[in-house]
Design a binder for this molecule. Structure first.
Ligand SMILES: *[C@@H]1O[C@H](CO)[C@@H](O)[C@H](O)[C@H]1NC(C)=O
Ligand SMILES: *[C@@H]1O[C@H](CO)[C@@H](O)[C@H](O)[C@H]1NC(C)=O
Ligand SMILES: *[C@@H]1O[C@H](CO)[C@@H](O)[C@H](O)[C@H]1NC(C)=O
Ligand SMILES: *[C@@H]1O[C@H](CO)[C@@H](O)[C@H](O)[C@H]1NC(C)=O
Ligand SMILES: *[C@@H]1O[C@H](CO)[C@@H](O)[C@H](O)[C@H]1NC(C)=O
Ligand SMILES: *[C@@H]1O[C@H](CO)[C@@H](O)[C@H](O)[C@H]1NC(C)=O
Ligand SMILES: *[C@@H]1O[C@H](CO)[C@@H](O)[C@H](O)[C@H]1NC(C)=O
Length: 395
């Protein structure tokens, strides 16, 4: 008998049916209890580890051995009371950075903004440190020392080339902080894609408030408390953005970008940006301008040097300090900035990056601190930098 006919039944057949229904329920219950008992017996030897791990609401794997249930994911939940698929914990801060989302899905999720004014948890603003690297991070020991003791105030994200796996101990703040990556060709739009991917992954953590992009050749030049205070208290984001009238600036503008992007909108700047949450969300939410850049900003136009500086200038100019907090030396000329190795590292050199005697605009005031980070450093500089971390950089 088809289920949809049940509503038309006479009272007597309804009584009969309810008896049959009761029998069904009882038999299902018996089967369930037997299943539970078998399950309990077969898993009793590992029940201790199960109960410990079951408390980690996000660890689906640990819940797998539960009796008579299938609890592998949150799509289908059968008799699975331990699993809280709508838990705030995993919504506010994904514990597992390895996910199967496409860029389109990821950027959409990252663009979601709460409308309610207050957070339903005590939110401590964090700084997201986003490392864009080809492979190894030669200054890992320096960064680990920089981060030590400040675990609640930062998150780390690493975008390396696909196939590269960062090998760090499970006590390192870099442990399991690699995001799903795609190939990056320096100079192509795939570099801007990787930057967006870092931003989008970092946005999934609702506590991240400031987002700083760093490379494998970057080092911190101030200690964590100074960096944290400087960034979280700033009214402006730090995106290098300027009008360069030369062929390396305006010369890269393509008239077919108009009328959406006019020559007077065109800006250039270092790719190593720092933005607050509002700007980060606006960057990952943009499709229109990204598409124009993808189409018309091809070598010798480099999207990573123009897309974000131009986009921010066009729509969020007043929110930007227009300068980078990452120091770099272009004084030698040429297409690449100076790289500093073992032979170049002295106390005076690091001191001069920390403070070269000038002041920089900060909120409505001035500060002697212009740069919090510096590039580019060669791997052989590590030992000397570790020494100077204690004496000069104070961490
Ligand atoms: C969840 O599990 C069900 C049943 O095992 C499966 O059909 C589905 O594809 C799984 N979903 C994901 C996202 O893994
Ligand atoms: C994270 O998720 C991926 C894919 O969903 C899975 O393969 C991996 O085992 C998970 N890692 C941990 C530590 O749970
Ligand atoms: C990871 O590092 C550990 C300790 O330095 C080393 O023993 C191990 O072989 C490394 N693994 C890989 C895959 O490089
Ligand atoms: C980002 O900075 C702008 C300008 O200071 C500010 O209006 C906005 O509220 C900030 N956004 C967040 C999420 O802090
Ligand atoms: C940065 O440049 C924008 C124009 O794009 C301007 O509105 C803003 O005031 C500048 N920021 C500072 C701190 O001068
Ligand atoms: C670093 O030191 C070497 C050796 O003294 C020198 O040749 C090189 O020019 C220095 N590099 C920079 C960027 O100052
Ligand atoms: C100090 O740094 C500022 C900002 O980068 C720069 O404009 C200035 O020329 C530097 N001064 C010296 C003496 O190096």
């Amino acid at each position: 008998m088809a289920r949809r006919d049940e509503a038309d039944k006479s009272p007597s057949s309804a009584t009969k049916d309810s008896l049959v229904g009761l029998l069904r329920v009882v038999s299902v219950l018996i089967i369930f209890v037997v299943g539970v008992v078998i399950g309990l017996i077969s898993t009793s030897h590992i029940s201790r580890s199960v109960s410990i791990q079951a408390e980690r609401f996000y660890n689906y794997k640990a819940l797998a051995p539960m009796p008579a249930t299938s609890c592998k994911n949150c799509t289908i939940v059968v008799n699975c009371k331990k699993e809280d698929c709508l838990s705030m914990g995993s919504f506010l801060r994904p514990k597992n950075l390895t996910h199967g989302m496409s860029d389109e899905e990821l950027f959409w999720r990252a663009s979601l903004v709460p409308t309610k004014a207050a957070f339903p948890y005590s939110r401590v603003a964090k700084v997201a440190f986003m490392f864009l690297t080809r492979g190894p991070l030669p200054f890992l020991p320096l960064w680990e020392r920089f981060f030590k003791g400040h675990e609640k105030l930062f998150s780390i994200y690493v975008h390396a080339l696909p196939g590269y796996e960062l090998n760090v101990s499970d006590t390192s703040p870099f442990y399991l902080r690699q995001i799903p990556s795609q190939n990056v060709e320096w100079g192509s739009v795939s570099l801007a894609d990787a930057e967006g991917r870092l931003l989008a992954n970092a946005l999934l953590d609702f506590s991240n408030d400031r987002f700083i992009l760093l490379s494998e050749s970057c080092i911190p030049v101030y200690n964590f408390p100074t960096v944290y205070k400087y960034l979280t208290r700033s009214l402006h984001s730090f995106v290098d953005s300027y009008d360069d009238p030369s062929r390396y600036g305006r010369g890269r503008y393509n008239r077919r970008m108009g009328p959406s992007i006019r020559l007077s909108d065109w800006r250039k700047g270092s790719q190593w940006f720092e933005v607050n949450r509002t700007l980060a969300i606006n960057i990952v939410s943009d499709t229109k301008y990204y598409t124009i850049f993808k189409k018309y900003c091809t070598p010798a136009c480099y999207p990573d040097e123009h897309y974000i500086p131009t986009f921010i200038h066009m729509f969020y100019g007043p929110l930007n300090a227009n300068r980078s907090v990452t120091w770099v030396d272009w004084s030698l000329g040429g297409p690449h900035p100076a790289a500093f190795g073992k032979a170049n590292i002295t106390e005076n050199f690091i001191e001069s990056i920390r403070n070269n005697g000038t002041v920089c605009r900060y909120n409505s005031n001035y500060t002697p601190i212009c740069y919090l980070f510096a590039r580019k450093f060669d791997p052989d500089a590590l030992e000397l930098l570790l020494d100077l971390a204690t004496t000069v950089m104070k961490f």
